[in-house]
Design a protein around this ligand. Structure first.
Ligand SMILES: NC(=O)c1ccc[n+]([C@@H]2O[C@H](COP(=O)([O-])OP(=O)(O)OC[C@H]3O[C@@H](n4cnc5c(N)ncnc54)[C@H](O)[C@@H]3O)[C@@H](O)[C@H]2O)c1
Length: 260
């Protein structure tokens, strides 16, 4: 039996990577999915590939969320997945001493403000039915400090906390609207391209990345999508305000642990 049949789901940043994998998994489970992204061209390709409707939506633009609410005033599942590292246009300093205010704000505008507006849309779109599932894609970087990507880590930590505020707010109102966050570690998606390079350098970069991961590999977008399916489904009806890590075991221990 399909686990998401009859559910209308909105996914942000769904043109590629984790968002697209979640869209595919939701469709496979019988959901009807609206793919959204700010990259119109890649989004159109993904929509065609998955046979789903698309809407260009830039998560940092309030007018785009208003437009979505006009088109789709109700929804059962909203996945706030769109996010940036800040390194998309190339490497730049993102440490606490040298990051520029503009770079700091740009990361927060998309990752945090976008998730805030996505949750706000979701609550309003689910309120009438009194039920729904909001899934926010945070990161392992939202649980620990990342010296070289401080804005990313800060924005993802704030998403973790905001997810709990949303969960409690909805419960206080007596609504069956759940809100949870997913915290992936390194998942092989196009997001990594600017940081991995090519050829031998790429192999070395990948090896260095997974060196301290207990399972010794990158995760796959489909593995994150499997958690999103669970949280979107009615099987998760008593799960709210929680965080699910998917990290090959990284957060289970510490590099400083004795006897490692
Ligand atoms: N890949 C990883 O290792 C990893 C780990 C932890 C968390 N995450 C998080 O998972 C989410 C998806 O990451 P991914 O690896 O698939 O990245 P990706 O770069 O492959 O895909 C991100 C998508 O979001 C879209 N996007 C970017 N800015 C947007 C905006 N303002 N409005 C709408 N869409 C926008 C992009 O066009 C792209 O299609 C992000 O929030 C990311 O921070 C990824």
């Amino acid at each position: 039996m399909h686990r998401l049949s009859g559910k209308f789901c909105v996914i942000t940043g769904a043109a590629r990577g984790i968002g697209k994998a979640i869209a595919k998994a939701f469709i496979d489970e019988g959901a009807s999915v609206l793919l959204t992204d700010k990259d119109a061209e890649t989004l159109a390709q993904a929509g065609q590939e998955l046979g789903s409707p698309t809407l260009v939506l830039d998560v940092e633009k309030e007018a785009d969320w208003d437009h979505l609410a006009e088109l789709h005033p109700t929804a059962d599942v909203v996945v706030n997945n769109a996010g940036i590292t800040g390194f998309e246009a190339g490497l730049a300093p993102h440490d606490p001493e040298n990051a520029s205010l503009e770079d700091w704000r740009a990361v927060h505008r998309i990752n945090l403000d976008g998730t805030f507006m996505g949750c706000r849309y979701a609550i309003r779109a689910m309120k009438e039915k009194g039920a729904g599932s909001i899934i926010n894609i945070s990161s392992r970087s939202g649980m620990v400090g990342i010296p070289g990507a401080a804005a990313y880590a800060s924005s993802k930590a704030a998403i973790r906390n905001h997810s709990k505020s949303v969960a409690l707010y909805c419960a206080q109102l007596g609504l069956n609207i759940r809100c949870n966050s997913i915290h992936p570690a390194a998942i092989m998606t196009p997001m990594w391209e600017p940081m991995l390079g090519e050829g031998e350098q790429r192999e070395a970069a990948i090896a260095a990345m997974v060196k301290d991961t207990p399972m010794q590999r990158f995760g796959e977008a489909e593995e994150v999508a499997a958690i999103a399916v669970l949280l979107a489904s009615d099987e998760a009806r008593y799960i709210t305000g929680t965080e699910m890590t998917i990290d090959g075991g990284i957060l289970a221990g510490s590099a400083a642990a004795p006897g490692s």
